[in-house]
Design a protein around this ligand. Structure first.
Ligand SMILES: Cc1cc2nc3c(=O)[nH]c(=O)nc-3n(C[C@H](O)[C@H](O)[C@H](O)COP(=O)(O)OP(=O)(O)OC[C@H]3O[C@@H](n4cnc5c(N)ncnc54)[C@H](O)[C@@H]3O)c2cc1C
Length: 415
């Protein structure tokens, strides 16, 4: 058994904070270093947290807090651009702002004794195999640990340091974004997240209990990342452009965009070929740093949460850090590849590049969605459980449709 020591985690996103929480559970001291300063809002809008990710949060005793900070989704309805339902996923999920989920996790990590250092960027890493693994910050100071976890997202500095020859994440040409409208006539809160494979682009929305309509949107653009960067189009013009882009889609999509107030955020979507190895020496990658995938199946945050649980279990079960990291990758690789494959397939249906392609896509959409929804439901029914005496309730043995749900996934290291 590895003697718990001090772990340095780079990045306090979902993966980094969840790793911190699980490592505390097995007795490690943890320092998480985050580049963003406190109170600087994280980019992104709402994300949909699937039931497999919610199960990990339940294990951490945080599901109630996360559900209260977000809004439950009872059903996801998939629609074509005319508004015809072409699929339905009846599993429960949580719609929550990305920065709010981050806050809940960071607060929980602090309460659990994790030291979270914010506003400090890691610019250098050193692992000579003997002395502590060292993360150097921009101001020249450093943090040393017995191991280091790179949870620093899709453009991970840790990954670049560990594997400088590995190709960087690729911009997919897709911009994701979202906004909110205070109220829109005819839309009432009903717990349904509606996702539309629009004529030109993809659109999703749900009404919150107070009537606010939150929405997100994806479009394929030839304009590169500039559209989302500091020289981005002003908000009013961007809103108008989205109204026009969704002009042939069913009501109330254009009206929702038109009624939006506040910022309409947007960010470029990247895809990463995972490195052959996720660890080197005493450094290991988790979450987007290891296997960022396009968010087309709403699973990236759940994959980060699952990673954290499995990594801690591997460290608890192994005699050697290198073995634990190797086992972690072995247990996670095929699960993550399956989910990434699904996300890419769903993404390929979202952006027809012309009228002919759209007709061809629409002709097969319902059939694809039947298979796609079944596969997505299977992904979210996957259950990881902590084997020790967790004080938190174990996940339900049945899903909402009454089917057996507590299937422990192949990502389970021996207890
Ligand atoms: C800009 C952006 C917006 C997104 N918005 C959404 C959304 O609205 N809906 C959705 O479903 N998914 C969204 N995602 C995807 C989703 O949040 C992630 O896939 C998922 O949360 C996995 O999280 P992670 O912790 O692995 O990575 P991240 O959430 O990217 O967290 C990595 C963290 O590491 C920090 N960091 C990076 N480099 C360093 C460094 N050198 N030193 C210290 N800290 C560092 C970053 O500031 C960040 O906080 C978004 C992703 C990005 C990049």
């Amino acid at each position: 058994m590895i003697n718990p020591g001090h772990a340095v985690v780079v990045g306090a996103g979902i993966a980094g904070t969840a790793v911190g929480l699980f490592l505390r559970r097995i007795g490690w001291r943890v320092t998480v270093i985050e580049a963003r300063p406190p109170r600087e809002r994280q980019l992104g809008s709402h994300l949909s947290l699937a039931d497999n990710g919610r199960t990990v949060l339940r294990d951490l005793g945080l599901l109630g807090t996360v559900d209260a900070a977000g809004t439950p989704t009872d059903r996801i309805s998939f629609q074509d651009h005319r508004g015809r339902e072409i699929g339905s996923n009846n599993q429960v999920s949580t719609l929550i702002r990305r920065d709010r989920l981050g806050e809940v996790l960071r607060e929980a990590a602090r309460r659990a004794g994790v030291r979270v250092v914010e506003g400090e960027r890691v610019v250098g890493l050193r692992d000579d195999g003997h002395d502590p693994v060292v993360a150097t910050l921009a101001d020249g100071s450093s943090h040393g640990g017995d191991l280091l976890i790179g949870a620093d997202g899709v453009h991970s500095h840790t990954r670049r340091t560990m594997f400088p020859e590995h190709p960087p994440a690729r911009f997919t040409g897709v911009l994701d974004g979202g906004g909110s409208a205070p109220r829109v006539d005819g839309i009432a809160p009903d717990g349904v997240l509606r996702l539309t494979f629009g004529a030109n682009a993809f659109f999703g929305y749900q009404a919150l209990p107070d009537g606010e309509v939150v929405w997100f949107q994806s479009l394929l653009t030839g304009e590169g990342e500039v559209v989302a960067g500091p020289r981005a189009e002003p908000m009013g013009r961007w809103r108008q452009r989205l109204v026009e882009l969704h002009g042939s889609d069913h009501p109330p999509i254009p009206a929702i965009i038109d009624a939006s107030i506040g910022p309409i955020v947007r960010w470029p979507v990247h895809d990463l070929v995972p490195p052959e190895r996720w660890s080197r020496g005493r450094m290991c990658l988790v979450g987007d740093a290891a296997h960022a995938m396009p968010p087309h199946d709403g699973q990236s945050s759940s994959m980060a949460l699952e990673d954290a649980l499995v990594l801690a279990r591997c460290l608890a079960a192994a005699d050697d850090v290198g073995d634990a990291f190797g086992r972690f990758q072995q247990l996670r690789e095929s699960r993550v590849a399956t989910v990434a494959g699904l996300a890419r397939r769903t993404g390929s249906l979202k952006f027809p590049t012309g009228a002919r392609e759209r007709r061809a896509r629409d002709a097969v959409l319902a059939m694809f969605m039947r298979a796609g929804v079944a596969a997505s439901e299977d992904v979210s029914r996957y259950r990881l459980q902590w084997p020790t005496d967790s004080p938190d309730p174990a996940p339900s043995a049945r899903d909402r449709a009454g089917r057996p749900a507590a299937r422990t996934g192949p990502g389970d290291p021996p207890a």
